[in-house]
Design a protein around this ligand. Sequence first.
Ligand code: UD1
Ligand code: MG
Length: 510
Amino acid sequence: MPQPHLRTVVVLAAGEGKRMKSTLPKVLHPLLGRTLLGHVLSAAAPLAADRTVVVVGHGADQVRSHLDEIAPDATPVLQAEQLGTGHAVRIALEAVPEGAGTVVVINGDVPLLRPETVGALVTAHEEAAAAATVLAAEVPDPTGLGRIVRDADGRLEQIVEERDADPAQRAIREINAGIYAFDAARLRDALGKLSTDNDQGEEYLTDVFGLLRSAGEPVAVHVAADHVETLGCNDRVELASLRRLLRDRVNEAWMRTGVSLLDPATTWIDVTVALDRDAVVDQNTQLRGATVVGSGALIGPDVTLVDTIVGPGASVVRSHAVGAEVGEGASVGPYAYLRPAARLAGKAKVGTFVEVKNSQIGAGSKVPHLTYVGDATIGEQTNIGAASVFVNYDGVNKHRTVIGSHARTGADNMFVAPVEVGDGAYTAAGSVIVDDVPAGAMGVARARQRNIEGWVVKRRAGTAAAEAAQRAGGAKGASDVAPAASDSEAMHGRAETVGGTSGPGDTATD
Ligand code: UD1
Ligand code: MG
């Protein structure tokens, strides 16, 4: 067994990213579920480095606290002034004990880099026992990038930055991707010899290659098979184009594992999402964060799921869910909003214009239409009538509503929490339920209806309604109806509902 190499990963993330024109440091911009920095760290993760150092500078506090969340084992090292990539690596190495092994350096803004590619670079470097190896790529447009300058035998001579290059060097389309493997000791040595004799007056990491080569050390180029992986991110236009490229990569991978994407161009799946076989994702759908979709589930069209778990065979149509759980065979939407801790058991249904928050909806229970369910527990096989509100908030505190199994609540109910409706209980339509309803009882909480016979014929004389009423024999009792108090009151039935003196409140609902 060969001795395993000690490996150190250094990620360069101190730059400002001026062209992003952002208060957020460039490496913290998100791209399908991870920040740019998060993508780079996850590409390096399979290297199983003994330590990972992230050079921070611009927005150091923000970058540090992000690292605390996503990579608590990584060591942030402050580069207070950005004096160049060589300077950054020098500072990084000052923070780690001197020793043998491989130092892998990765620019913080190359999010499409695959773990396989950085792995192949490091393996090639270690097998060749090179002093330094650079990842290179042939690109259609090398503008702004460092060029790989080779000698007559095709060996690396030096890396030249565009602004320091002569016209012949600028014509080279083989570029430095900003990803390298170095022998630790020889890197330290060369970093101590860097000059700032260049157009930017910075210490260039890339000059290490020329220095080592002049000293007769073996330096190598590892060419990436797919140049797309080496694309950097300098402004928001590039960020958007990287997002499309990553979307296509992610979507293709899911389709190859047996997931149907009906319109990949409008399907955006974070790299952190998982889907089972035979899941079907319809168009214009975003799956984000820790979302998991079970086999045979149907998602979309027009769905956004954030950190949401969808069971096998469930369906979610034209809906938005955050931090929710949708059980096996359950159905959601169209037009539903599931908020954090909305939990639907198997075969439950949340229908149209329904919002659910911090509530359990038991197996087979249905909340089909126009309803808010907040802070509730609903048992199994229960039906919640249309247009109901779980009144959970008293202005200061939230309270729970508990509804049992096999209950049938009427349409247009208000459940004023804390309140309980027992197993098998019913409630009448239009009820405001403020008291518990025992198991098997019918809860009724509404005013009795009264009809004022002949009201329309008397008070709306001459209208089509009055004529229709008359034809239908609806003049009966009209002589008993009091005359209108004023013309304006007669015109606007509402006055009567407020005053309540001469007519029924029911006319307000027009
Ligand atoms: C660098 C390379 C160039 C290569 C390109 C690939 C050098 C001198 N040039 O150029 O050959 O083609 O990347 O994208 O290295 N950073 C620090 N501290 C600093 C300066 C930079 O941490 O003092 C970080 C930046 O945040 C960034 C990375 O290093 O993540 C690269 O820096 P950047 O200024 O973008 O270098 P380029 O000009 O793109
Ligand atoms: Mg750059």
